[in-house]
Design a protein around this ligand. Structure first.
Ligand code: GDP
Ligand code: MG
Length: 184
């Protein structure tokens, strides 16, 4: 068998990553910021699942992430099992200015674990860190929950771009490292 070229090797890595969390926490804007460096001040959730394939740099290597956005179905608390199927990574998102969205995290984590068939590399994301005056969830609380559940943690802002690339990269990098170890 011929050795795979560098390009073919790159194509071996396509990781499915899902965005999960309450409506209006900023999931679609995190993806828009990450994939296209765009931001929508008045985005309306649309119905139907969508995904976007994005190249991610991991230690100088190009890895492809297929990032899924709930695109509105979470409003009806009816994210289908197909959405989670095959996911190896997840961004569990709440809005630091709306406590209710933080309190929903347990339920989303439970749903993620119920529907996914493997150990999903998950980062807890407190989005809208730019809304300093409206903060209802402290950084320490977010960090504590993440530690208790064994999740990565980061506060982000899709508005001012803070930590958006890092949040996605953290997940992709960890998945990549786990995959590498399994071949060793
Ligand atoms: P989704 O329902 O979780 O996909 O949330 P959207 O991405 O549609 O965002 C919901 C609303 O929050 C929109 O009006 C966005 O402009 C706003 N939003 C999203 N991210 C941020 C952020 O980081 N900071 C602020 N201030 N607003 C945000
Ligand atoms: Mg959305």
């Amino acid at each position: 068998m011929a050795f795979a070229s560098e390009e073919e090797k790159t194509n071996e890595y396509l990781f499915k990553i899902v965005l999960v969390g309450d409506s209006a926490v900023g999931k679609s804007n995190l993806l828009a910021r990450f994939a296209r460096d765009e931001y929508y001040p008045n985005s309306k959730s649309t119905i139907g699942v969508e995904f976007q394939t994005q190249k991610v740099d991991v230690n100088g290597k190009e890895v492809k992430a297929q990032i899924w956005d709930t695109a509105g179905q979470e409003r009806f608390r009816a994210v289908t099992s197909a959405y989670y199927r095959g996911a190896v990574g997840a961004l569990l998102v709440y809005d630091i200015s709306r406590r209710q969205t933080f309190e929903s995290i347990g339920r989303w984590l439970n749903e993620l674990q119920t529907h996914s068939d493997m150990n999903v590399v998950t980062i807890l994301v407190g989005n809208k860190s730019d809304l300093r005056d409206a903060r209802e969830v402290s950084t320490a609380e977010g960090k504590a929950l993440a530690e208790a559940q064994g999740l990565f943690f980061m506060e982000t802002s899709a508005l001012d771009s803070s930590n958006v690339v890092s949040a996605f990269q953290t997940v992709v990098k960890e998945i990549y490292n786990i995959e590498q170890e399994s071949y060793d």
